[in-house]
Design a protein around this ligand. Sequence first.
Ligand code: NCD
Length: 318
Amino acid sequence: MNGNLLSTSDLDREGIDEILEVADRMAEINSRRIPRVPALRGRTVVSLFFEDSTRTRISFETAAKRLSADVMGFSVGTSSVKKGESVRDTIETIEAMGVDAIVVRHGSSGVPEMVARWARSAVVNAGDGWHSHPTQALLDAYTIRARFGSLEGLRIGIVGDVLHSRVARSDIEVFTELGARVTLVAPPTLLPPSLEPWEVSVSHDLDEVLPDLDVCYLLRMQRERMTEALIPSLREYTALYGLTARRLANMEPTAVVMHPGPMNRGVEIADEVAESPRALVTDQVANGVAVRMAVLYLLLGPGRDALGPVVELAEEAT
Ligand code: NCD
């Protein structure tokens, strides 16, 4: 990861496999009665969220705490950013307090890269604009691997608002790197103008694609990022692309449904589908903690070789 995790395009197959393998060890820690090891004791992780988040922020903070790091939360809404302080000054202020990692989310693409240029600490991208959301893609890959054993040869449909979605961009990169065959399913107006350099196929017909999928990955309709009318109406979108119970019944019995959250129930996903055991949404959330522990450990911890002794150290023994 070269000291930072900024984008999925920086990760090759070996790098992804390493994170997923370390995440397996972290998942084992999370299953303990006291899910905490002293791997990052004395290290400080700050979460710097310029954009709203529920699960990603709590997930990173939980991950850091389970590794015994100190965690500083920074809410833009109650900070001097509201008084006009720049991102650069904010970073300098935070670094002066002595931190080891900055987890940053921002509405503009490229901000984590800029932060990494200014900061001495490790920088982890928790989602920037439409660009990248690397830990989401890693936890999605982890979840699929946990269910199917491997992504090699799996058929994954990514359905919906690909145009505005950093999750889609990162998922495409990680899923194809791990050998999956990805089909984007969306109306033409919700696809990026160019799909290069991705190796994906495209369909505008969900009903045609569904019976062939192992994984149907639904994206949230990102209404806050839509500045123009790209679909006639949400009702029409749902009629063509919403995953309803009827559509779920046309999928293979072993096929699963995923969604990064937050879900727009009744738009891209019907209530019955969200509640169905075929939906892995809560697995995704749980696995997110293990994957983020792995990322923080690999960036800040004593190294891969020390992992064995570190994970053996139960909280009671420390
Ligand atoms: C996503 C995000 O913020 O990029 N959510 C998440 O991190 N779980 C997806 C979204 O907002 O649609």
